[in-house]
Design a protein around this ligand. Structure first.
Ligand code: FES
Length: 108
């Protein structure tokens, strides 16, 4: 049995500059990629409060804001900073190989 996590190729690094986010459609749903000062993070794109895409929100340092009711989530930890959202986002391993961003679809 192979326990190696499987990474899928999703995007060129050139398309995710520092401070940017990008919604990626995958077989398990939409994932939000974020580039925070050169460090990459991948979390669920859907807010845990109601159905709203976090890709519509604004990234400020590690915090992405939900445009529907204003909760902010930390893209490094997945945790909401304030209500109404109370549940954390799933986080996914992300890496860069040959300038391509790759994401593992198995959450941490
Ligand atoms: S849908 Fe995101 S805070 Fe309500």
């Amino acid at each position: 049995m192979n326990d190696e996590p499987t990474f899928i190729d999703v995007l060129s690094m050139d398309n995710l500059p520092i401070g940017a986010t990008k919604k990626i459609n995958t077989e398990i749903g939409d994932i939000l990629l974020a580039n925070v000062k050169g460090k990459l993070y991948a979390v669920d794109d859907m807010c845990t409060h109601e159905d709203s895409s976090l890709s519509l929100g604004c990234l400020k340092d590690e915090l992405i804001s939900c445009t529907l009711h204003g909760s902010r989530f930390n893209v490094r930890t997945g945790k909401p900073m304030e209500e109404p959202a109370t549940e954390a986002l799933n986080r996914y391993p992300v890496r860069v190989e040959n300038n391509r961003i790759q994401v593992c679809l198995t959450p941490f």
